[in-house]
Design a protein around this ligand. Structure first.
Ligand code: SAM
Length: 209
């Protein structure tokens, strides 16, 4: 699998790790300009580490849903173009604002991803990619509602957390339901369990249709 420009594999303490170039954010190991992208703390990092075919080449415009305090979206902003980061919890957004202070292409938005109309005036349309990690009930609905921001062949990279949909159900049954709903808006290109990095999470690569 070819990594997008701006993401490299480098040896850190004798082990090959993913890394991007930028200011450190969460105490990750660094080597000069390079900062380790810890797949154990990032679903997108796990998707890349597990070799999923992520159709990005670097420099893309991105809408990131579920940014929390910026662990993953900081790496995204290191290799992507304009990166709009939506998070609805005020406390992590305070940290996210600090992360964005070092990244002129990262735009934090204290918004609810279930209500894209509340940030439609800020986020550009015809985006190249949505990256989603909202860990909330209704993950397929969030992806469908935000598809309006995507270019006609834009891609969705999502981590679906089974327990957020239904704590008692078999994760495989949950994934089937979520994928069925996603297929109303997206063509599914690849899915993969994110274990051993993240239990009960499915990585999804899809294209808007
Ligand atoms: N993606 C983050 C990372 O890797 O650094 C971690 C995200 S955490 C698993 C999920 C986040 O989604 C939480 O911070 C939560 O507050 C946020 N979230 C859940 N539902 C949301 C919604 N409807 N709108 C915006 N953010 C939401």
């Amino acid at each position: 699998m070819t990594l997008p420009d701006g993401i490299v594999r480098r040896a850190f303490d004798g082990r090959e790790r993913l890394a991007t170039s930028g200011e450190p954010v969460y105490g990750e190991p660094t080597d000069g300009q390079w900062r380790v992208w810890d797949a154990g703390r990032s679903k997108l990092g796990a998707m890349l580490e597990l070799g999923m075919d992520v159709p990005l080449s670097g420099g893309e415009s991105v809408l990131y849903l579920g940014a929390a305090s910026g662990t993953t979206v900081s790496h995204v902003a290191d290799f992507a173009g304009p990166t709009y980061a939506v998070e609805f919890a005020p406390r992590p957004v305070r940290d996210l604002v600090s992360v964005a202070a070092d990244r002129s292409n990262l735009f934090p938005l204290l918004k609810d991803a279930r209500q894209p109309e509340t940030y439609a005036h800020v986020v550009e349309s015809n985006l190249d990619a949505i990256i989603q990690d909202v860990a909330t009930r209704g993950q397929a609905t969030v992806a469908a509602r935000n598809a309006t921001f995507l270019d006609e062949d834009g891609v969705l990279l999502a981590a679906i957390k089974a327990r957020s949909e239904d704590v008692t159900a078999d994760p495989e049954a949950v994934y089937d339901r979520v994928l069925d709903e996603l297929e109303e808006t997206y063509e599914i290109l690849e899915t993969r369990s994110l274990e051993p990095y993240h239990d009960d999470h499915l990585g999804v690569v899809a294209r808007k249709q």
